[in-house]
Structure formats: structure tokens, C-alpha cells
Design a binder for this molecule. Sequence first.
Ligand code: GDP
Length: 308
Amino acid sequence: DRLKRGLQKTKEVMRTDVRDLFKAGEILDDQKIEEFEARLIKTDMGVAPASEICEEIRKKHGGRTVVLDDIEETVKEKLRSLLEGEGDTKWDIADPLSPLKKNPNGLTVILVAGVNGVGKTTSIAKLANLLLKQNKTVVLAAGDTFRAAAVEQLTMWANRLGCEIVTRPDGTDPASVAYSGCESALESGADYLIIDTAGRLQTHANLMEELEKIKRVISKKVPEAPHESLLVLDATTGQNGVSQAEHFTKAIECSGLILAKLDGTARGGVTVAIRQKMGIPVKYVGVGEQIDDLELFNSQGFVDALFE
Ligand code: GDP
């Protein structure tokens, strides 16, 4: 399926390396385990998780005859626990909307942030598509008014998807677009409003001010909004994405991550690094350029896709 296809490159490192490095029937020595650790680090999962996985291998299989399936099982188990955190990545796989907090009293507002080029616009379109497919009505607010192209691109997606979009001329205060988005969505009785935000790499103070202002004005219209604040990260940037996440989460309380472009990289291990460092769950992963290429993230499914 899509997730498996998307993770192909990371899988080539993980599964293939287990099979390539460890030889059935051999006695497992430390040198092999260290070699494996180095390869795990190349997936950008971070040094600490890689060493935890290898410690587990050493403990369970070191000095014994290699049984490949058993080693693989140890790696999978450890990966799952590293990805799970507080258990919040165990959503209902059958319900693609299950990671999203819903407003029980009406309009659910989703704020989306991320640096230019990470795949933010595409991810918003994919998320809207997911909602539309569940028969939800969706309004988009083109709050990235700093970049004309962002508004155009989002408008193109809205037209293609057949959903309402609220736009204002370039340079308009993003908070005012967000406010108009709320008004329109409430007026039309929509189920979801997705607000795009500026994607320039601002200074910490500016970013915080802008996002805080958006929050302030939308909560006047919809108390408790935003219900979700999602940050989009580009998986191909590996550890760099972790720094971006740190920058954003200082400015805004993120409730989840969308990890885009996972298909373009062998550094899928970054998912582990993010989970470990940020404590924020990855809710969706982007696994291609097409509108349907957004998958619910689930640690079990993720680990299985890496090894099947
Ligand atoms: P933005 O500047 O953050 O809004 O980024 P865009 O949404 O315009 O995406 C930048 C580029 O990345 C575009 O060419 C997208 O098609 C591509 N892209 C976005 N998400 C994915 C993904 O999950 N996989 C792949 N392969 N490409 C993606």
C-alpha cells in the first residue's frame, strides 16, 4: 500500500541492513552490532535511539547464534516503543480523522504552520481531501499572505477539490484572513476550517506574535479554537526538521505533526528522533505528490511497513 511504497527508501536501510549485516548461524559479535548502530544513525533517528536499539540486541542476542527473525523482532519492538510515547499514536487505523480533536459544538478549526517548501500547501490540500472523503464540509483560509504564490496554489487546490476558500490580497494581516475564514465557515455551517499560516522563517518573536494574534482573533469567533495546531515538517531534511520543530513549538503549542515527503528519503528514522525530542505525535505522513498520498501515522503500521 501507500505507506509501504512511501517508506521504501528507509526500508532499504532498515530491513535490508538487518538481513545484509547479520548472517544466520553466525555468532553475533559486538563489531556487527556497532556496524548496525552506525547504519541506524544514517536514518537520522538520532544517536540515543540507535544506541538503545543496539543495546537491546546486545542484551538479547549478543554472543549467541544469529536468528534473523528474532533480531528483526527485537528491532521492531524497540522501534515501536520509541515511536509510541504516551500511547497517543495508537489511533483507530480505520478512521483517518481519529488523530484530530473535534469540536463537539460545531466548527472544528485546524491551524497549519511550517516553513516554505516543506510541503505545507500540499499537506493542507491532502488533509482537506481526507475530510471531504469522510463527507465533511471544509473551508480553507489562505493565511500565508506573505507569499502570493501560496495563495494562488491553495486556491488552485480548493477549486480542484471543490471546497470554499477565503483569500485576501497579499500583505493582509494573516489574522484578519483567519478571522474572515471563521466567519465564512460559521455562516456556511462548515464542519472544518483549515487555516494556512505564513511560512517564512521568522524571528522567534515575530512568529510568536503572528500565531498568537491568529489564535486570539479566531477564539473570539470559535471559543477553544484552534482545536488542532499542526506543524508540517519535511522528512528529507532529517535532523534539520527537528530544529525547525523546536523553533515552532516555542512559538505555538503544536498538537501534532505532519511529516511530508517521507517517500523521498531514507531518513525515515527522523520520525523516531522527532518523537523522542519533541514529545509531539506525528499524526500524518506525506508519502507522495498526489492528493491521496497522506497517511494516518500509526507506530505499528509504520514499523510493519519498514520490515514487510
Ligand atoms: P510549501 O511551500 O510548504 O507550501 O510546499 P508545497 O506544498 O508547495 O510543496 C513543495 C513541493 O514538495 C511540491 O513540489 C510538492 O509536490 C512536494 N511535496 C509535498 N508533499 C510531498 C510528499 O509527501 N511527497 C513528495 N514526494 N513530494 C511532496
